[in-house]
Design a protein. Structure first.
Lengths: 153, 501
């Protein structure tokens, strides 16, 4: 038996699309499909999801017995710090208020790079917060609470 | 002449102090972000989109258009100075522009690019003004079936122009359409794919998806290998092109403008195709083809003009039909919808000041770019030296503020993180994000028109091929699809994108 060769990028890609397709298909199937004449809410999504599964399957089968380029380096550190930044902002902007929430968000995002030194990050986050408060809160007048209820005693 | 009075209306709208100011801010901000390496026009607009929401619809769209031109210009600047095109449409400029810069002629290359863009912008603004009204007339006769078929053409062309595998692009379109359907079904009020989260019942926020897929994914990609950029920062001096340069650039600029204007109208991202087509043409008809790749003036002037002309005329399908020709136009549609304007043929009739104001501001934006950016070039060059790790926390903060300010919905921020991850994974799997975004914007429209057409025809699917306009459009889509699958074309297409990279 020959050793199994495959293009790992396309293999993952195909599986991802198949998985997403199945997810949408199952969800759509639980909705009313209706008829071609009067389509229900599930009709069009179901067709699309089936198409997605089909495309995923084609990509999957094309990946077998060919070797492709690898995926390359993955920005793990970036994922660890960049993605939580907006989530943190979302969790705290109402409670902590705009000013502290933005400061911490910028601080979290700053550490996504290995080159950032703590002091630079602090200075950057402070400057950024002052600038944003002046521009967005005072300048554009966005209706954000600058300090939220969690900070009131 | 009606055309002139329309333009006059446009100019009087666009030259109000307020709108001039926003156009200026847009152009400056667009260049500022666009000049940062690795961030293309789409990502720039996605990030800056939210700050325009507080404005009047006209000002907001004028500012966005300004951001678009600025970002494009910024992309060319980085392409020439450090061989790092922000967007694939300026990749062609990098070939000869960077070589010119290495020979100490960076200033000349930059001004040739600016002059070419300005000329192309002027011509194509007039083209938009001339062709938009008759196309609007045609569009008014469109029924549900025609709209459906037209959107199919747009989606298929976006597949044809995406890099890499056609099947992947098809899958991306399907996924984008599905994501676009998240939210409440318009006919029955049933929530779909919301995972029980009430905050998503109005659908996924367009800005969140765009910022995630284009902005955040881009940042993550740049964080992968944090190498120090090798900057050739030769002093930019001698901005004015020599007499010889002027002689060499006239022909390419004229041809580039013609090519770009024609290709830009095609739905699916004509600007990229235009700059490449122009480069190929110039290389073929040049009497010194060996200069190409070593700093040929024509290799900068032609593609830059084509690129800008294409960018401009891609507004035609947007303004007349409400169909975006590329991801940037998809962002514009999103902005229009948020401003309460339904894109489509009715915009020209119901809001002539808005319609013609945008067209006039295109020209003003281009003028501002030439007048401002050539003197400011020193500033932009300095910006290139800011280390990336300082920039992206700033970008992240602005993205968060921007997305939150759209609806004050914290779930939109979670969506940003989610789509940032999805976007990054898809980029790693070598899938282009552009078809996904186009699908996302068109998803609800496509479904609505499909269902309406089927009800009107009493469930008879032949309605799409028995109505002549619809049949023609579907035929075009079919031909495009067949052509991209033909082995010979595929090989050539791969080669084209290879050279571009």
């Amino acid at each position: 038996m020959k050793s199994l060769k495959f293009d790992s990028t396309n293999l993952i890609c195909g599986l991802l699309f198949i998985g997403l397709g199945i997810f949408f298909a199952l969800q759509a199937f639980s909705l009313d499909l209706g008829t071609a004449f009067r389509m229900g809410p599930g009709y069009f999504p179901f067709v699309l999801a089936c198409a997605l599964i089909l495309f995923g399957a084609i990509i999957f089968f094309q990946s077998i017995r060919v070797t492709g380029e690898g995926i390359g380096p993955i920005a793990w550190r970036g994922i660890m710090f960049i993605l939580p930044a907006p989530i943190f902002f979302g969790l705290t902007v109402r409670g902590l208020g705009f000013v502290p929430s933005l400061f911490l968000t910028a601080l979290i995002a700053a550490f996504a790079s290995g080159r950032m030194r703590p002091l630079t990050a602090l200075v950057l986050a402070t400057g950024l917060t002052i600038f944003s408060v002046l521009v967005f809160s005072y300048g554009l007048g966005l209706p954000f609470r600058r300090f939220g209820p969690w900070l009131e005693f | 002449m009606e055309f002139l009075s329309n333009l006059a209306l446009g100019f009087s709208t666009a030259t109000s102090i307020e709108n001039l100011f926003f156009c200026l801010i847009g152009v400056l901000l667009g260049t500022l972000i666009g000049v940062l390496p690795g961030i293309g026009a789409t990502a720039t607009i996605a990030m800056l989109l939210p700050i325009t929401f507080q404005l009047e619809p006209v000002s907001s769209l004028i500012m966005l258009a300004g951001i678009y031109y600025g970002a494009q210009y910024g992309g060319s600047t980085t392409a020439i100075l450090i061989n790092m095109p922000g967007e694939s449409s300026s990749a062609v400029t990098a070939i000869d522009g960077y070589q010119m810069a290495r020979k100490g002629r960076a200033g000349a290359a930059l001004s040739i690019a600016a002059i070419g863009s300005f000329f192309a912008g002027t011509v194509s603004t007039f083209l938009v003004a001339i062709f938009a009204p008759p196309l609007t007339e045609i569009a008014l006769r469109f029924g549900a079936a025609e709209y459906f078929s037209l959107m199919i053409v747009g989606l298929v062309s976006s597949i044809a122009l995406a890099h890499g595998s056609v099947i992947k692009a098809l899958a991306m379109v399907a996924l984008g359409l599905l994501l676009g359907l998240v939210g409440t079904d318009i006919y029955t009020g049933t929530p779909r794919f919301t995972l029980g989260i009430r905050e998503y019942s109005d659908g996924l926020n367009f800005v969140a998806v765009a910022v995630g897929v284009f902005g955040i994914a881009e940042i993550l990609r740049n964080l992968e290998g944090e190498k120090t950029r090798s900057l050739l920062m030769a002093k930019v001096s001698g901005l004015l092109p020599s007499k010889d340069d002027v002689k060499q650039m006239i022909g390419p600029i004229l041809r580039g403008t013609a090519i770009g204007s024609a290709l830009g109208i095609l739905p699916g991202g004509g600007a990229i195709l235009a700059s490449f087509a122009s480069y190929t043409v110039e290389k073929r008809i040049s009497d010194r083809p060996e200069e190409f790749g070593h700093g040929a003036v024509a290799g900068v002037a032609g593609p830059e003009s084509a690129n800008n002309a294409g960018a401009q005329t891609s507004f035609i399908p947007l303004l007349t039909l409400g169909i975006p020709a590329n991801p940037v136009m998809a962002l514009m549609i999103g902005a229009m919808i948020i401003q309460g304007i339904v894109p489509g043929p009715n915009v020209a009739i119901e809001q002539p000041a808005l319609f013609w104001g945008i067209i006039a501001s295109m020209w003003i934006g281009n003028l501002m770019l030439v007048v401002l950016n050539l003197p400011l070039i020193g500033l932009w060059v300095k910006l290139l030296t800011i280390p990336y790790y300082v920039l992206f926390p700033i970008i992240m903060a602005f993205c968060s503020i921007g997305v939150y300010s759209v609806n004050s919905n914290v779930y939109d921020l979670y969506a940003v993180a989610f789509f940032g991850l999805i976007g990054y994974v898809l980029v790693k799997l070598r899938c282009e994000p552009a078809p996904l975004l186009l699908g996302f914007v068109l998803g609800p429209l496509l479904e609505e028109n499909l269902r309406r057409a089927m009800i009107l025809s009493r469930g008879d699917p032949t309605t799409f091929v028995t109505r002549p306009i619809s049949a023609t459009l579907l035929f075009i889509a079919f031909v495009v699809l067949v052509v991209v699958f033909l082995p010979s074309v595929r090989a050539k297409r791969d080669k084209v994108f290879q050279e571009e990279d």
